[in-house]
Write a protein that binds this ligand. Structure first.
Ligand code: NAD
Length: 322
């Protein structure tokens, strides 16, 4: 049981992250998976059955009963509470095992810091192990290639610590899912989320600025490929335009050139910018750009043309020519 690993939330990000864990962990140990959509667990168990043993759990509680190391990635803080604190079927319902204190939880969702701190402190207060917030960055492609940035809400273990116990298990998970050059130890519980929220405040608002600028330029008659070349070689150059250019057919690997598929769902824009606005307000910084952006994102998240498409579909919402 000590070597077994649990993974909860096999969505767009979790599925490939769990794949990397299963293919890199010991073939002798079991990977316990759980998602409220059982069919996703069945597909996962079938697809990776040759990599080592996989068991499908019926609840987060069952995962905690069978694994000492557990990674989770679900949509919102509400879902994180369900997974960890759900009265009958959450992780805490598994309390009472001899190894409770040894458990390690790596919580990778993008949620608010207060929820992470509350859940983490409750688990530790109950003697149920160590909870580390570890939001990730790089999107679905980096989740597949195991090159995510890992924003760890903990301080860096010393070289001695990193080789044993909970710290060793933490290191292993980070290495299996993330790029070793992109493991960022941000401080205390909640600090990984603070960093993630600030980063996503930027990436989401820049995505909107790109869509507005490109839609304007194309409607003014510019060839979108030329406009992109100008931006890519001028002061407007940015990662989002280079990799998530919103105009179809300009950057071949961008979601827009592939039917706006995969990537970061349009409905998540309001959540992430909302987290940034809340965080800024909590420290008396006025989030004026975020407030303007969320007014657009709230509509994008309800628009049939945008739901379940990559967030760069906001270009289509604005009426950008395709
Ligand atoms: P998703 O909706 O594709 O997947 C979430 C999964 O969690 C689903 O399979 C769902 O069935 C499952 N789930 C929900 N509640 C559950 C519960 N109580 N117990 C077990 N499973 C449950 O979402 P995603 O795109 O994978 O994003 C997950 C998190 O990662 C979000 O917080 C998101 O902001 C963050 N994130 C996403 C990206 C991205 O590019 N998609 C990048 C970085 C971070």
């Amino acid at each position: 049981m000590e070597q077994n690993i649990g993974f909860i939330g096999l969505g767009a990000m979790g599925y490939p992250m769990a794949k990397n864990i299963r293919t890199k962990m010991s073939r002798q140990s079991n990977l316990w998976v759980y998602d409220v959509q059982r069919e996703v667990c069945e597909r996962f168990a079938q697809e990776f059955k040759d990599s080592g043993p996989i068991s499908i759990a019926n609840s987060a509680k069952e995962v905690a009963q069978n694994a000492l190391t557990i990674a989770t990635i679900v949509p919102t803080g509400h879902h994180v509470r369900q997974v960890y604190l759900g009265e009958l079927s959450g992780v805490t319902a598994a309390k009472g095992l001899p190894h409770d204190k040894e458990r390690l939880y790596l919580e990778c969702s993008t949620i608010d810091m207060a929820t992470a701190r509350d859940v983490g402190q409750k688990l530790e207060g109950m003697g149920m192990g160590r909870y580390v917030d570890c939001p990730v960055s790089g999107g679905v492609p980096a989740a597949h290639s195991g090159t995510l940035s890992m924003l760890v809400g903990a301080s860096k273990p010393t070289p001695g610590e990193a080789e044993r116990g909970v710290s060793k298990r933490l290191q292993d998970l980070l290495l299996w899912m993330g790029d070793a050059k992109k493991h960022f130890y941000c401080g205390d519980l909640g600090s990984g989320l603070a960093a993630k929220i600030c980063n996503n405040y930027l990436s989401c608002t820049i995505l909107l600025a790109n869509a507005e600028a490109m839609a304007t330029g194309v409607k003014l008659g510019l060839d979108p490929k030329i406009l992109y070349q100008v931006i890519a070689n001028s002061t407007g150059q940015n990662f989002m335009c280079d990799h998530v250019c919103p105009v179809p057919g300009v950057v071949p690997h961008a979601p827009s050139s592939n039917g706006y598929k995969l990537g970061f769902k349009a409905q998540m824009l309001s959540k992430d910018v909302g987290l940034g606005i809340e965080a800024a307000n909590s420290v008396n910084i006025k989030p004026s750009i975020g407030e303007a952006a969320i007014a657009v994102f709230d509509q994008v998240g309800k628009d049939e043309r945008c739901i379940d498409h990559d967030a760069s579909v906001v270009y289509r919402f604005l009426g950008g020519p395709e």
